[in-house]
Design a protein around this ligand. Sequence first.
Ligand code: SF4
Length: 346
Amino acid sequence: MRWENLTDGSAGDQARDAALFGTDVVTTRTFDTPEFRGITFHEIRARSIINRVPGASRMPFEWTVNPYRGCTHACVYCFARKTHSYLDLDTGIGFDTQIVVKVNAPELLRRQLASRRWHGDHIAMGTNVDCYQRAEGRYRLMPGIISALTDHANPFSILTKGTLILRDLDLLCRAAAVTDIGVSVSVGFTDHELWRTVEPGTPAPERRLDVVRTLSEHGIGCGVLMAPVIPFLGDHPDQLRATVRAIAASGATSVTPLVLHLRPGAREWFMAWLGQHHPHLVPRYGRLYAEGAYAPKWYQRRITRQVHEFAEEFGIGPSRARAARRIPVPEPVPEPVAGPTQLTLL
Ligand code: SF4
């Protein structure tokens, strides 16, 4: 392993980075191991860690904890890309390779959970960027976070594409014994060619479904967010059917389809990828997303109906009301206020 300080350490550098990340201390590191080659980590000590979701009334949760910003899973369509621009970082390759790590997240969370101002509401994780991305293998923030939530019997949910969550299986079982927890895994398709190009940093879809299987075997019910369903590349009925069949076989408690949305930040990056890999589809996408970030309602309804039909065929329910509340779906991209820690309220 090699530790490298990318700045010259001058007071000017530190002041600039501190202002950029809205925090007092920023340390920049790289690790010279194959899995982290080309990735820069910006370690910060956040001032606050529990975030209120803007427009929470439309979301199934109000509070989130996000120990990372940026994501090495590098999904081309990732809606969170825009948040990197608030840090003056690139929303394309920069989002995949410049990772902000809130190294004090566990201790800070423990302190905030103990605050008289905190009332024990549900906390969703993995709704902005993946808390079990590869960086978590090194920084190990989630064990401390789960332990803090468990010690306060605070309900929480996790959405992830990362198989690393199984490292914390014992902690999750311990949490489930004292509070209400929900785990959801995101698998939009099982097509390997599509996976390799559009989600290049993620574990294979079947490995993610192994996570669902293992969690279920240990008594932790796990839903699957079938997201995103990618128009013209992953939406053929045969593809939808194969994906739902695999999800059902994994023992998932529910399947919830979500069609690709292309908000600013993600849209430019995704369309550039589309032009490179599937140029003939560019005009069709232009028409399908002519109204903005979302595919038309008729298209969304068609996908939902088909997925529900396949779910019935394979004996897996779509999300029920209670289960749906526990499936964290991606949160709206917050407007830039100042820095990552200043979006918080506690
Ligand atoms: S795993 Fe989630 S947060 Fe990470 S790049 Fe993919 S969509 Fe974005």
